[in-house]
Design a protein around this ligand. Structure first.
Ligand code: ZN
Length: 485
């Protein structure tokens, strides 16, 4: 007896509860692959698997609907594994334990995996629900979306044949996504010259704390301060006014997070001790004033530390600071097609001092347009190449440029209005990566949209699925399947 078996639509919830029983962490999809292949066999569905574990199931057209175009229903089979500190749970072996809390289905101290178990469940339900009319269906289940999009990345051309794809991996029943950003990394290694610290020097650790940070895609347009920029601006003053030199510098952490903290040990003539103290207080107050709306907690401070034996030379110090100030960060362009959507951005993500007198800097670029992403990556690289740093660009992943005139979108919007009593869906794009961008690379000209039931708290133990949205969303998918021309 499943706890979700009385929820509607029964078929979707029953399959979802079965998926909860099967451990399916990213990069450990063996058990869910077995479940899916068994599901296909038991239901007489043709299925195949590629070397990565991506699965394609074929659903034959309902009699009378053979002339409709093939539709690809796509979902990822892996889930993010997060749990509360006080929860004992082995994601490799233990089932997810769902329960009903009012209008929501939640898990017990862990992520629920409705991202994207709901997409998988809906596709499997459609394939086996005799009451659903549809043309030919290809259901594509990808591996490892959450930790690198490697399933979509490694998908071979020709694995499926449909030219219209419904990605079932978004999180709000009222929103239809029609585009996403591509991304790439640019990393910099700066080899610097050192010199011994002279007698009579003083050393402080300059700290930048209390910034908001956030996701370098979804939150890059919030105008939040970047800790590395805040630090670099103060170091510039110290270098120019007091001849300060950098001994070590570090800040930021993940390449897809706006840096919240940064610090640098600097040395300068002890006679400037008080001047630097006054300067930091003024600067900290000014930062708080400027960022009162976006980063009210910002604080720049110094504390005296032991004088190091060596520092960067004055020239390397000023070169590095200049490069950090010159390096672009934040929104680079807005979409002309979709008002309010960020088209291109870059994140100056982290810096650290390595052994052997090197500084390592991570940055990442995003754009819906590939050439723009590369151009911004080159601008980031240029800021550092001119000081003699080595710049490396990653391969990255492509974006999905929105097509507001898509045929599929028209059918989707019409179907939505029918099921939602005339209400218009919000049609938008996302300034972050989706698997759709990667499909486009192997399957050019693919007409796609992304949709999903309403979820909240995704990627955290608070993940939950809004029960009433699932039935409406399933009805909407059924409507789309007969309206696609
Ligand atoms: Zn997902």
């Amino acid at each position: 007896m499943g706890v979700l078996e009385n929820l509607e639509p029964k078929k979707v919830w029953t399959i979802f509860e079965q998926i909860c029983q099967v451990p399916h962490p990213s990069k450990k999809e063996g058990k869910i692959i077995e479940f899916l292949m068994n599901f296909a066999a038991e239901n007489g569905l043709q299925a195949k698997k590629d070397e990565l574990g991506n699965i394609l199931m074929i659903g034959e057209a309902t009699p009378g609907y053979e002339n409709l175009p093939t539709v690809v229903l796509q979902a990822h089979m892996d889930m993010v594994c997060e749990k509360n500190n006080d929860t004992v749970h082995d994601f490799d072996n233990d089932p997810i334990v769902p329960w009903i809390d009012g209008d929501w289905v939640k898990a017990t101290g862990t992520t629920l995996g409705a991202d994207d178990g709901m997409g998988v469940a809906a596709a499997l339900a459609i394939l086996t629900d005799k009451s659903v009319a549809h043309g030919p269906i290809e259901a594509l289940f990808t591996v490892d979306e959450e930790t690198g999009l490697t399933g979509a990345y490694g998908l071979k051309p020709g694995f499926f044949t449909g030219k219209k794809l419904l990605n079932l991996d978004s999180e709000d029943e009222d929103i239809i996504f029609i585009g996403c950003a591509g991304g790439m990394d640019t990393v910099i290694t700066y080899p610097y010259q050192t010199e011994p610290v002279a007698a009579g020097q003083f050393a402080v650790n300059v700290t930048v704390r209390g910034l908001q940070g956030g996701h370098s895609g979804g939150e890059i347009d919030k105008g939040r301060s970047n800790a590395l920029k805040v630090l670099a601006a103060f170091l510039w003053d110290c270098a120019k006014e007091y001849g300060a030199k950098i001994a070590t510098i570090q800040g930021g952490n993940l390449r897809n997070a706006i840096p919240r903290e940064a610090e640098a040990v600097i040395v300068f003539d002890a006679k400037y001790k008080e001047d630097v103290r006054v300067a930091v207080n003024c600067y900290s107050a000014e930062c708080a004033r400027v960022a009162a709306m976006t980063d009210p907690g910002v604080k720049v401070d110094i504390e005296s530390v032991e004088v190091p034996a060596e520092s960067m030379t004055a020239k390397c110090t000023i070169d590095l600071i200049n490069a950090l100030l010159a390096c672009p960060h934040g929104v680079q362009s807005m979409s002309a097609k979709m008002p309010g959507l960020v088209e291109s951005s870059t994140n100056l993500a982290s810096i650290k001092t390595l052994e052997g007198n090197k500084v390592y800097i991570q940055t990442s670029q995003r754009s819906a347009i590939d050439s723009q992403k590369k151009l911004i990556a080159r601008s980031v690289g240029a800021a550092f190449e001119i000081i003699g740093a080595e710049v490396q660009h990653g391969d990255g992943y492509p974006g999905w440029d929105p097509n507001p005139d898509s045929e599929l979108l028209k059918a989707v919007v019409e179907s939505f209005k029918k099921v939602y009593n005339g209400k218009e869906p919000e049609v938008t794009a996302i300034h972050a990566g989706l698997e759709c961008g990667l499909f486009l690379e192997k399957y050019p000209g693919m007409d796609m949209i992304s949709t999903g039931p309403t979820l909240a708290g995704v990627h955290s133990p608070d993940e939950k699925c809004y029960i009433p949205s699932v039935e409406r969303w399933y009805n909407f998918l059924k409507e789309v399947l007969v309206n696609i021309k």
